[in-house]
Design a binder for this molecule. Structure first.
Ligand SMILES: NC(=O)NC1=NC(=O)NC1=O
Length: 172
């Protein structure tokens, strides 16, 4: 789909097609619809990023709380969204050995208890070794640092999800 087609979508279709570029946060997509026509995919992505950046801390934490744990219960129960499942499987989260799985579960729990929101990382840009390394290291950060870091990862996930839906090579 090219950006001209995206711009022509009524908001129902815009939200249907692009509503999960930020995991389980279709309100972001529904809000940025007002900003069309977007001159390029980059402009659409910038509108999403600006909407997120303008949210209060509680809103940013809310976005993080909409993300399923990596190798967590949603993966185990098969209730991940299509996008999350592809991302988690692609980074090996569904192929952890028992030691790795219990370490992920313990560190995810520790992280959530410390910050009140889950550890979020762009799985498609990391392998399981780096995810475990990042999770362990980031547990030591301050809350504000982790809120910002998690949101940056959300934007990376969004960038890749948008690229899989909207063609990037043409501009209006
Ligand atoms: N907690 C997470 O980081 N979750 C995820 N990262 C991804 O890239 N996909 C997910 O589901």
């Amino acid at each position: 789909m090219d950006i001209a087609t995206v711009n022509a979508l009524p908001y129902e279709d815009f939200v249907d097609i692009l509503g999960n570029v930020v995991e389980k946060c279709p309100i972001i997509t529904a809000a940025v619809w007002s900003g069309r026509p977007f001159l390029s995919l980059a402009a659409l992505e910038a509108a999403i990023s600006e909407f997120i950046d303008a949210l209060p801390e509680s809103g940013k934490e809310g976005i993080l709380r909409c993300h399923p744990d990596l190798a967590g219960r949603d993966l185990q129960s098969g209730s991940l969204t299509r996008e999350s499942h592809e991302e988690q499987a692609g980074s090996g989260m569904n192929a952890l050995n028992s030691g790795e799985a219990s370490r992920m579960a313990r560190l995810n729990q520790e992280y959530k208890e410390r910050f009140g929101f889950p550890f979020v990382i762009c799985a498609r840009m990391n392998d399981k070794e780096n995810i475990l390394r990042q999770l362990s290291a980031r547990c030591q950060n301050e809350r504000a640092v982790e809120r910002a870091c998690g949101i940056e990862e959300v934007k990376k996930i969004c960038h890749l999800r948008l690229q899989s839906i909207v063609l990037t090579d043409n501009k209006l």
